[in-house]
Design a protein around this ligand. Structure first.
Ligand SMILES: C[C@@](CO)(OP(=O)(O)O)[C@H](O)COP(=O)(O)OP(=O)(O)OC[C@H]1O[C@@H](n2ccc(N)nc2=O)[C@H](O)[C@@H]1O
Ligand SMILES: Nc1ncnc2c1ncn2[C@@H]1O[C@H](COP(=O)(O)OP(=O)(O)O)[C@@H](O)[C@H]1O
Length: 319
């Protein structure tokens, strides 16, 4: 796959998708600070890209590409060892026992802190790109193990498609879904912190005296609707336990969820820990109309579809 004029620095580009949790059940807090979940993940057509270029100087550096479609306040994204792509490259360097010397350039398209796993997609793309750059030779299974060390959502960004996630969301079973579902994503101009949203759910449940049960499986009907690409059936079973916690922290989301109904969406739900809201559309045409109607109201909305594949190498060249 490698191409280009010889003698230069090797540069590998990879992409990975953002996701929507079409069903997300959350259990009680665990002693390790995490919550067990039962989720149906759907990878959607909004992709992050990571270009990993070998550098002479050792170490891992990172920057954001000007091609990013998001308006990003760089302060939102740590450009140091806390960056998820940098953590992925560091982990890959450690296990493949290769000297580092890599620059990562991230093209961001998935809303930051939006509940769509953008940072997780960066980590998955960086794992794949560095595995190629350093001839790590790790299999998809081995990469999935490393992915789980980086975050609960990273294994799914690697796998893509549609899948059931148990444990903290990292124990994945592919749903073998291929039929298309159309969505409109309503982007927020603020982010929500994932741990803060889980904490808010715990707080609301405690205040109401609700004792959450350990989720053992996903909701009935969700998988069959996703496999069939049946938007109508899916609209009746969409579920997200984190939604009310996200709405409690950001009450304006209630209006956003309402726009879906008033503009012809089949159903609306907060994606993961939010604040992105996913509106389910009947088909591609309805999604385009819905996105346009929202854009007329000055709302930032994107038509996307899923399932789409997980992390992939795009190019491997000598610069
Ligand atoms: C809520 C979900 C739904 O897919 O997605 P996002 O909304 O973040 O995209 C995920 O569970 C987020 O996964 P991810 O963002 O990778 O989480 P991590 O980095 O592993 O964890 C960040 C923090 O979130 C909380 N956390 C995360 C996952 C989980 N199953 N239980 C938790 O309680 C913990 O407080 C943890 O310290
Ligand atoms: N490569 C990255 N892209 C985005 N955020 C990152 C990245 N690395 C670390 N972060 C941090 O992780 C937080 C959550 O990131 P993100 O994956 O965008 O959202 P979510 O967890 O809601 O899906 C951000 O607020 C940011 O501080």
């Amino acid at each position: 796959m490698r191409s280009g004029s010889g003698g230069g620095r090797r540069s590998v580009r990879a992409k990975a998708p953002g996701k929507v949790n079409v069903s997300l059940r959350v259990g009680p807090p665990r002693p390790d600070g995490y919550h067990s979940v039962a989720s149906v993940y759907l990878a959607v057509s909004l992709f992050e890209e990571v270009r990993a270029t070998a550098t002479e100087a050792p170490g891992i550096t990172v920057s954001l590409s000007p091609e990013s479609t998001l308006e990003i306040d760089e302060l939102e994204i740590p450009l140091d060892e806390r960056n998820l792509a940098v953590r992925a490259a560091a982990l890959m360097a450690e296990v493949s026992e290769r000297p580092t010397g890599v620059h990562l350039e991230i093209t961001k398209r998935v809303p930051v802190a939006g509940g769509m796993g953008g940072g997780s997609a960066d980590a998955a793309a960086a794992l794949l790109a560095c595995n190629a750059l350093w001839d790590g030779g790790l299999s998809r299974d081995e990469l999935a193990h490393l992915a789980a060390e980086l975050g609960a959502d990273v294994p799914f960004a690697l796998l893509g498609g549609a899948a059931v996630g148990l444990g903290v969301g990292d124990r994945l079973s592919p749903a073998l879904a291929t039929e298309r579902l159309d969505w409109v994503l309503v982007l927020a101009d603020f982010g929500l912190s994932t741990p803060a949203v889980f904490r808010e759910l715990d707080r609301l449940r405690a205040a109401e005296g609700i004792k959450a049960e350990e989720p053992v499986d996903v909701e009935a009907g969700v998988l069959s609707a996703v496999r069939a690409g049946d938007a109508h059936a899916l609209s009746h079973v969409l579920l997200n336990d984190l939604q009310r916690a996200a709405v409690s922290l950001a009450p304006g989301l209630r209006d956003t969820l309402g726009w879906g109904d008033s503009h012809g969406a089949l159903a609306s739900l907060v994606s993961g820990s939010g604040p992105t809201v996913a509106l389910l559309a009947e088909d591609a045409g309805s999604a385009a109309e819905l996105a346009e109607a929202l854009a007329h109201r000055g709302v930032e909305a994107l038509a996307v579809h899923g399932p789409v594949p997980g992390a992939r190498i795009l190019s491997d060249t000598l610069l």
